[in-house]
Design a protein around this ligand. Structure first.
Ligand code: SF4
Length: 393
């Protein structure tokens, strides 16, 4: 049987990388079809910081879709909660590209969502999806390559979470298993639940400037100058990982998608063009697993937590520690706990994450696996944070 093809290009800048990678694929299926490009423009961020898909990557995809005979092309996004889609497009250079190529920009959140059931969902049984994605024949996922503190990486399959309507994205971070018990984090299972009903028809991974370390928001920009394109959603992500110096086998949501949708996770199950691509590999720093949590007047209890809760805690403290002064205990410290092994926390501690549920009677319990930093802030203070800085992807 013919192996699915994964095309790889690099070292030519975002626009030429995309053109080269896509020109190695048979784009015959595009002719006469309407195409919706779904980049990752989750934040209102300037170009080159690794937050968003590069506008020249999007330009390359548009040009190739036009050349392939697409009848109609649009670019759409539902960014992080609190972000204005059109502002994010403008700041991220996408509005200019759309003008040049005369393609429509769509704010997914401006339309009523459609409710879709997930018949075999482990975590999600029903979900609100942005309706515009069902109005196009071909959905192209164009993620920017990033490491992700909660999900390992964010590539083409994870980018589909940006097709969820507004707060629905946040809900995926706060769910629990519907039935049974599984070893995977609920967020990874939720992403694989979504994949059972929504996958891209074509994926183009933008590895021109990605993000490494504490992604998707707190990491460093990483210039890696590669592109991976494939009609096979898992094949694109498997090689996205390889180009980032990672193994798809180490990424729980990719393992789950492979298992549940019977798609190969092994690199040799795919044919790459070119056969030799190693010169384009550019290793990304992974999210740290042991962060030193040293903040003045903060007492952190951390026993048997996982990196997701630890990273969330770090982000929360970095952003909100100065607002926690009214919530200190008589010893003058703000107490906060993560991990299933925490057993010695003081009365009045803030317990973060489902693993600490058994301690909930001793203080404030915030459910989620992990909950996002703004959720922690809201649970403690009873109000929303002043700024709408995004944090969930
Ligand atoms: S609650 Fe936190 S520590 Fe527990 S599994 Fe979830 S992310 Fe990990």
């Amino acid at each position: 049987m013919k192996k699915p093809i994964v095309s790889i290009a690099g070292k030519q800048g975002p626009f030429e990388n995309v053109k080269k990678a896509l020109s190695a694929l048979d784009l015959g299926i595009i002719k006469g079809k309407s195409v919706l490009i779904k980049p990752n423009i989750g934040r209102a961020a300037t170009v080159g910081r690794g937050y968003n898909t590069h506008p020249q990557t999007i330009a390359g995809v548009i040009e190739m879709m036009k050349e392939a005979g697409a009848s109609n092309i649009a670019v759409g996004e539902s960014p992080l909660v609190g972000i204005d889609t059109m502002e994010a497009f403008t700041k991220g250079g996408v509005t200019e590209v759309a003008k040049k190529y005369e393609v429509k920009l769509i704010d997914f959140d401006a339309y009523p969502p459609v409710s879709k059931s997930i018949p075999n969902g482990r975590v999600v049984s029903e979900t609100k999806v942005c309706s515009p994605i069902y109005e196009y024949d071909i959905l192209v996922s164009v993620p920017v390559a990033k490491t992700h503190m909660h999900t390992g990486v964010t590539l083409g399959i994870k980018n589909m979470k940006g097709c969820l309507y507004r707060h629905e994205k946040v809900r995926y971070h706060q769910m629990e298993y519907l039935n049974g018990s599984f070893t995977e984090k609920t967020l990874d299972s939720a992403i694989s639940d979504l994949a059972t009903i929504l996958l891209p028809d074509l994926t183009v991974v933008d590895g021109y400037i990605g993000m490494e370390g504490l992604g998707p928001s707190g990491g460093k920009a990483k210039q890696s100058d590669f592109c991976v394109a494939s009609f096979h959603p898992l094949g694109a992500d498997v090689y996205g990982c390889i180009l980032m110096g990672l193994k798809a086998d180490d990424i729980p949501h990719l393992r789950l998608v492979s298992r549940r949708l019977n798609m190969p996770l092994k690199a040799n199950a795919y044919e790459t063009i070119p056969a030799k691509y190693e010169e384009y590999i550019s290793p990304y720093e992974v999210p740290p697993t042991n962060l030193s949590v040293e903040f003045e007047n903060i007492k952190v209890y951390d026993k048997e937590s996982c990196s997701a809760c630890l990273s969330t805690l770090m982000l929360f403290l970095r952003r909100f520690k100065d607002d926690m002064t009214p919530y200190v205990l008589p010893d003058g410290k703000f107490h906060i706990a993560i991990g299933k092994g925490v057993d010695n926390a003081k009365e009045g501690t803030v317990f973060v994450g489902n693993c600490t549920r058994f301690m909930k009677d001793k203080g404030i319990f915030i459910k989620g696996c992990p909950p996002v930093p703004t959720r922690i802030y809201e649970a403690i203070t009873g109000r929303e944070p002043d700024e709408n800085e995004p944090e969930v992807e």
